[in-house]
Design a protein around this ligand. Structure first.
Ligand code: COI
Length: 356
């Protein structure tokens, strides 16, 4: 059923919005205390927060975040992609980081409040953009000892976005980060803690200056298995004897990317073989994969045409492609068609089905 909503604002150049912060109309904010649990929340407009200088979020990095997107359909519905999955993942991270969980109804209410307050910032249908939603949870109350905060803040803010990497779905050059380990074998890699991300700023900046817009990590213990990209998960395709196989690591250190689990499901629907397993880097050296891509909410699918490790460089396919390969294109088309409402959402991934 069509539900006419507020049209996109004409104040933004929707074809060139990139991936950058912009102030919009408001965001949802909730506060938790041990005495009262989560409060009823409010819609705020001031992007500057009143947070105690001794908060555990600021002092000890007791913080986690999520990323998900709202899309506009051709008939004007605005729907969010798989928010229940992000809510579940945030609670797994919260438990690991000694933070209070967010009940599903509060998580969804926060998403709803933020989207509804910013309908004009959901990019036009077909523009390739979305309203990127960023749930944040952190210790906001003072605690100088190494213990959880006496107060937590949960926020969902939104940012209208286009492509994360400026070339969109054009194949890019990747390099392996050799001098920094993203995730310890029994560490925090599979959780969306902010502290997993700041340490990659330095190596990724260095890589960018050397001509690599995207960076890949190997397992910390042996540097022989693929871990994930700094921004997103690793997925690879091979075609042999008419069988397409999607291979993706899914181990103890890998973030449970909602994009990855969705692509896996679409690949299975297409009748492809899926291997969720450890991926030795030697398989890339040996040219076992016809296509490789990074996948995540922000980056969506970013094809990789070459991977450099030190002085050596390994072509994926010809290594000279200028367009996404046929395999990932098929997955990408199906994935975008579900998000944009161009095909029926038989999986119930878009929420709410009728739109905001
Ligand atoms: C996302 O894809 O939503 C992320 O969290 C990636 C982020 C590091 C930009």
């Amino acid at each position: 059923m069509s539900n006419p909503t507020t049209p996109p604002t004409d104040k933004l150049d929707w074809q060139n919005i990139g991936f950058q912060y912009r102030d919009i109309n408001g965001y949802a904010k909730y506060t938790w205390t041990p005495e009262n649990g989560w409060d009823e929340g409010s819609l705020e407009t001031n992007p500057y927060l009143n947070v105690h200088m001794c908060s555990t979020g600021l002092n000890y990095g007791q913080e986690c975040f999520e990323g998900l997107k709202a899309f506009r359909t051709k008939d004007g519905r605005i729907r969010v992609f798989r928010p229940h999955e992000n809510g579940k993942r945030m609670n797994l991270t919260a438990a690991f980081g000694s933070m209070p969980g967010i009940p599903e109804e509060i998580f969804l209410e926060a998403i709803k409040k933020t989207v509804q307050a910013n309908l004009e910032y959901v990019p036009p249908y077909g523009s390739g953009g979305s309203l990127y939603l960023r749930p944040l949870l952190f210790g906001s109350g003072p605690m100088i000892g190494l213990s959880p905060a006496p107060e937590f803040t949960f926020i969902v803010f939104g940012v209208p976005v286009g492509n994360y990497y400026k070339d969109g779905v054009k194949p890019v050059d990747a390099c392996i980060i050799e001098d920094f380990d993203r995730s310890a074998p029994l560490g925090t890699g599979s959780f969306k803690l902010g502290g997993n991300y700041a340490p990659v700023f330095l190596p990724t900046e260095k890589a960018k200056k050397q001509g690599f817009p995207i960076t890949l990590h190997l397992d910390s213990k042996t540097h022989t298995y693929v871990d994930e990209f700094s921004t997103s998960n690793f997925v690879a395709l091979s075609n042999k004897d008419g069988v397409t196989t999607l291979v993706t690591p899914n181990g103890r250190t890998i973030l449970r990317s909602v994009t990855r689990i969705s692509l896996v499901e679409i690949a299975r629907d297409l009748g492809w073989t899926v291997e969720e397993r450890d991926v030795p880097f030697s398989e890339i050296e040996e040219g076992k994969f016809d296509e490789i891509a990074a996948c995540g909410t922000a980056a969506v699918i970013t094809p990789v045409k070459r991977i450099s490790r030190g002085e050596k460089s390994y072509n994926i396919g010809s290594g000279e492609q200028t367009e996404i390969g046929a395999g990932f294109e098929a997955l990408y088309k199906q994935y975008k068609a579900i998000q944009n409402g161009d095909i029926a959402d038989t999986k119930g991934w878009m929420w709410p089905a009728e739109g905001f």
